[in-house]
Design a protein around this ligand. Structure first.
Ligand code: ZN
Length: 191
């Protein structure tokens, strides 16, 4: 019994920093991941400028987009305000769309630019952040599997149940959003 509770405790911790309880937001704000997320954010801003220039021949200063309130922050925001974490989850910022369309003045072109921007974030977050987190988790599970087998073989099957329950709890908060995007992809990855 004690052993099982210990396992539960272990799995609720972030597999990268081993310190924080892993919420959905923590995956992207973990001290081990934050620099990469900030890099992706910076590159996604540059991509927007490049897309506006390439497709609409419009040149704007980076401050034109970077000064938009809240949407680039990784900090917690009240529900009615979009943060970069929400963008990672697949939310499209109306504020950003309007800002781009104010220059591009072409709704379809703006949608295309936003779509490219969202895809870039999704791909890079999966590749550079989410996959890294999953590999760390798998390594921990493998380590635990070996330990448990060495200690007591009967416990192997038991360890699988709390893991599934925990994964479901961990991402249940994002279920309410119901959008397609990283959040959706992460939830349906079946890990
Ligand atoms: Zn962490």
């Amino acid at each position: 019994m004690k052993k099982r509770r210990y396992d539960l405790y272990e799995f609720s911790k972030c597999p990268l920093c081993y310190y924080c309880v892993e919420s959905f937001n923590h995956v992207f704000t973990c001290s081990k991941q934050k620099d990469i997320v900030i890099d992706i954010r910076q590159k996604s801003q540059r991509l927007l400028l490049k897309l506006m220039y390439d497709h609409a021949n419009i040149k704007v200063e980076s401050s034109y987009l970077s000064q938009l309130p809240n949407i680039w922050t990784l900090d917690y925001q009240p529900q009615d305000s979009l943060s970069f974490i929400n963008i990672i989850k697949g939310f499209v910022s109306r504020l950003l769309t309007d800002k781009i369309n104010a220059k591009v003045k072409h709704q379809e072109m703006t949608s295309l630019i936003i779509s490219n921007f969202m895809n870039y974030i999704y791909t890079d977050i999966c590749l550079r952040v989410w996959n890294v987190r999953c590999q760390a988790q798998v390594a921990i599970e493998k380590g635990l599997g070996i330990n448990n087998r060495m200690k007591k073989q009967k416990n192997i099957s038991r360890n699988k149940l709390p893991r599934l329950d925990l994964d479901r709890n961990l991402y249940s908060s994002s279920l309410t959003y119901g959008q397609l995007g990283v959040g959706y992809s992460i939830r349906s990855s079946g890990h």
